[in-house]
Write a protein that binds this ligand. Structure first.
Ligand SMILES: *[C@@H]1O[C@H](CO)[C@@H](O)[C@H](O)[C@H]1NC(C)=O
Length: 373
């Protein structure tokens, strides 16, 4: 790719800039006790740091109900926790308009985190009959929009320790499309997708939607189209494992797919499709999400490798970022890690330059009115 080296140089100079910038940011955030602890951890006050890490680990364990089977496991997790404090500090430096710190994932290494809590399988390609969304007019888009204000979004769910993000992104988009088609908001079954959707890439053998081991939203739309639809959440509840076998009962289908399409990477087209068709299924690079607490995530550097499937539900034009960051337009992203993560389960990521790849894999689905049984 011819863009590679100039964009690398650009990012590199941003990195240099940001590390100079970041030390003053750290002081700005000094009233946030956790960040203060985290950012001061390189300042040499070893005893103090150790005491603080101990204290933060105890708070972490009681807040998230963590217990470890053996002393060895406990000590190992404490080591990982301390490494994650340093990581949160680095994220804070590179992403100053968000707040990074201790989350419920702070005792996991980044590879454990990726394996257990993400689950987008990028090896899967788009199904052959996925078409491109038509180009929509963008001249009268509102400056702020949030499908939560219009009743199209169910409560935040929790995928647990299972790489099934793709199933939650899929149900979220179909819940919205079903709401637009019927006026009814119905929570849909991820477990049906985890157990029954083994849709494969038509060309690449071996890349299939595979339960807790990952999948892709467009192939899940394809499965749902072929299967006839999805059951309600309560009729086919989530277990967070993929060993139960498929228990799909076609007579219980409540929402079906009429068609789905891939949206262009243009941000105005993404916004226009969001408004017209409801919440959108998107892929994202989740590296900053392990330490995210709140604010608008707008890292100077973030991979474009997509490893997580989430739901785009709205956007805004300005946020309560510290004053010196001025206005930061952002996307509102519904995640599937429960309400105890992020901003009540949500993530804000800045709009404008495909940050963390958020604009690069967007799909939309339409539903039809099905008679309920
Ligand atoms: C579904 O198909 C119709 C007709 O071709 C098209 O206008 C609409 O944009 C499609 N919707 C989605 C979500 O792909």
């Amino acid at each position: 790719m011819d863009r590679f080296s100039p964009s690398f140089l650009f990012l590199f100079s941003l990195l240099l800039l940001s590390s100079a910038f970041a030390s003053s940011i750290a002081e700005l955030d000094a009233d946030e006790p956790l960040i203060r602890q985290v950012v001061s951890s390189d300042d040499g006050a070893d005893d103090h740091e150790l005491l603080d890490a101990d204290h933060h680990f105890s708070v972490f364990k009681s807040k998230f109900g963590k217990t470890y089977a053996t002393q060895e496991e406990h000590d190992y997790r404490f080591g990982v926790f301390k490494a994650n404090l340093r990581r949160a500090k680095r994220h804070q430096m590179l992403d100053p308009s968000a707040v990074h710190g201790v989350t419920k994932f702070s005792d996991l290494t980044s590879s454990e985190f990726r394996r257990q809590f993400l689950g987008l399988n990028r090896k899967l390609r788009l199904p052959a009959d996925a078409h491109k969304a038509p180009i929509l007019p963008t001249n009268d888009l509102p400056t702020d929009f949030d499908w939560r204000d219009h009743g199209a979004v169910t409560g935040v769910k929790d995928q647990g320790s299972c790489g099934s993000c793709w199933a939650f992104s899929t149900t979220g988009a179909l819940e919205g499309a079903h709401f637009l088609a019927t006026g009814e908001l119905v929570s849909l079954s991820e477990q049906q997708l985890v157990d029954c959707d083994h849709e494969c890439d038509p060309e690449e053998y071996g890349a299939c939607d595979s339960g807790c081991n990952g999948g892709l939203m467009t192939s899940a739309f394809e499965y749902t189209l072929k299967a006839g639809g999805l059951e309600r959440e309560e009729d086919y509840p989530y277990t967070g494992t993929d060993r139960g076998g498929c228990k799909f009962d076609k007579t219980k289908v409540v929402a079906s797919v009429s068609n789905f399409s891939v949206v262009s990477t243009d941000e105005d087209q993404i916004a226009a499709n969001l408004l017209k068709n409801g919440p959108l299924a998107v892929g994202i690079n989740a590296v900053y999400m392990q330490t995210y607490i709140g604010g608008v995530s707008c890292p100077y550097i973030c991979g474009k490798h997509l490893d997580h499937g989430v739901l785009l539900v709205g956007y805004g034009s300005s946020a309560y970022a510290p004053i010196r960051f001025k206005e930061k337009p952002y996307w509102i992203v519904k995640n599937s890690w429960g309400e105890s993560w992020g901003e009540n389960g949500y993530y804000k990521i800045c709009r404008g330059r495909n940050v963390c790849g958020v604009d690069s894999m967007v799909s939309t689905v339409a539903s039809i009115h099905t008679t309920s049984h």
